[in-house]
Every structure is written in C-alpha cells, then in structure tokens.
Design a protein around this ligand. Structure first.
Ligand SMILES: O=c1ccn([C@@H]2O[C@H](COP(=O)(O)O)[C@@H](O)[C@H]2O)c(=O)[nH]1
Length: 238
C-alpha cells in the first residue's frame, strides 16, 4: 500500500489554512491540524476542515496524567478527526486510559497514534534529555511502539528511518505515520531525521506528513504533485 499524504496546516489562522488548501487544490484532502492552528482557532477549525470535505489528523500530542488525557480523547472524539496523537512518554497507564476513552467513544472515535522519538531530535539530544550515555533511535522507537501496541494504541509516529524496526516489533495493521518528509534538495531546517516521499513509500510508511516542503514552496501545487508522483512511482505490490 502507498502511504496516505497529509498536509500539515502549520499556519496561524483558518483563513490562511483555507488559502493554502485552495492553492494546492483537490489533492490536499487530508490535513493535519496541530498546536499552532488549534491554539489559534480552537475546535471549530477541525469542524471547518471536515465540512470542507477533508479528513483531519489532530496532532495535539497529548501528554498529561491519565484522567486528563482520557477526558481530552473523549472531547476530541466528538470533533470528527480521523487520527489523534498522544505522547508514549506519558507512560502505560496514560496510554491505556486514552485507549479506553477511544473505545468508549465508539466507532467514529479517532485512531490513536503514540509519538515516539520526535523527528527533530538527534540520538545525542535524546540521550541528553533522558540522562543516558547513548540512545539508539531504532531500538528506542521499536520498544515504545511495542509498549504503545500493548496499551491499545493504533499506531505510532516515528521517522521513516525507524519504520522497518517498528514493523518488526508490532503486529500487522499497526500503523506508522512519518513526519520529517523532505523533497530532494529541500533544507531539513529543525528536523534531524528526514527522508523523501519515495523513501517513505519504499520503507512502508502508512501516512506521511507533508509540511514545509509543500507549504513553504513557491508553488505548493507543483510541490504536492512532485511528492505524489514519488509515491505513485512505486511498483504496486500484492
Ligand atoms: O515527531 C514528529 C511529530 C510531529 N511532527 C509534525 O509534522 C510536521 C512536520 O512539518 P515539516 O514542515 O515537514 O517539518 C509538523 O507539523 C510537526 O509538528 C514532526 O515534525 N515530528
């Protein structure tokens, strides 16, 4: 299966999000609403995107005590988002409480994805933050993915470089969403672990997040077409 492409609406207002989507055109039918836009516009922006016909990935990266995260999942379930993120570093009890709240919300609740190691972190920065001598991103992400699955999450967020180890550590159907996507030649910026859309497709991401490579391009529609062409250039497998 080819990855599903999601456009990151990392913009300050709903008006700018709508303008960006108008510029990209109908291929931008799955969008990410994250901290910047959600904080500026509130839950109405999610409703506006679904009313526009877009599927929504609500990237709130919830991280709090289990009861608070569970209540937030319940609230988010009423918004019509397809995907919602929580941090795996919140621990097993928090992830289990989130999964229980998702189940209680019924079949229209969003799938829950656990953020493992942010794609902006190098292994050295992770080791420093976690007080370790060293961190092996592949082993760490695989460990967190296994824990997330045991706790009832539907998938994880990782860089493309860890997709293979996540697949080896989890069951079929467990999803992997990969940010840190760059078209060849684009600057990585604050991202440490990046890959192209073609690499994401080859290594088996389920979803890719397309951010500044598209949204900051001089011609976002052309950049989106380039990304989709890379995804579609892969041979179809059974
Ligand atoms: O580990 C993570 C988790 C989430 N993100 C989000 O993805 C996009 C990436 O944007 P770019 O402009 O392509 O860098 C952004 O919305 C992040 O919040 C991530 O990058 N890494």
């Amino acid at each position: 299966m080819r990855p599903t492409a999601i456009i990151a609406l990392d913009v300050p207002s709903r008006a700018e999000a709508e303008r960006l989507l108008d510029r990209i055109g109908p291929s931008a039918d799955y969008v990410k609403v994250g901290l910047q836009l959600f904080t500026a516009e509130g839950p109405d922006v999610v409703r506006a995107m679904t009313a526009r016909g877009c599927r929504v990935f609500l990237d709130l990266k919830l991280h709090d005590i289990p009861a608070t995260v569970a209540h937030a999942v319940t609230s988010a379930a009423g918004l019509g988002a397809d995907l919602l993120t929580i941090h795996t570093s919140g621990g097993a009890a928090m992830m289990r409480a989130a999964a229980k709240a998702r189940d209680a919300a019924g079949p229209s609740a969003p799938r829950l994805l656990g953020v493992t190691l942010l794609t902006s972190l190098t292994e050295r920065e992770a080791a420093e933050a976690w007080g370790r001598d060293s961190v092996d991103a592949g082993a760490e992400v695989a460990r967190l993915a296994r824990l997330a699955e045991e706790c009832g999450l539907d998938g994880v967020v990782s860089s493309v470089h860890e997709v293979t180890t996540v697949r080896g550590a989890t069951s079929d159907g467990f999803r992997v969403l990969t940010p840190g996507i760059r078209l060849a030649g684009d600057v990585a910026g604050d991202q440490a672990r990046v890959a192209t859309p073609a690499e994401a497709a080859r290594l088996g991401s389920d979803y890719i997040i397309l951010g500044r490579s598209i949204t900051a391009a001089a011609d976002p529609a052309a950049a989106m077409a380039r990304a989709l062409a890379e995804l579609n250039s892969l041979p179809v497998t059974a």
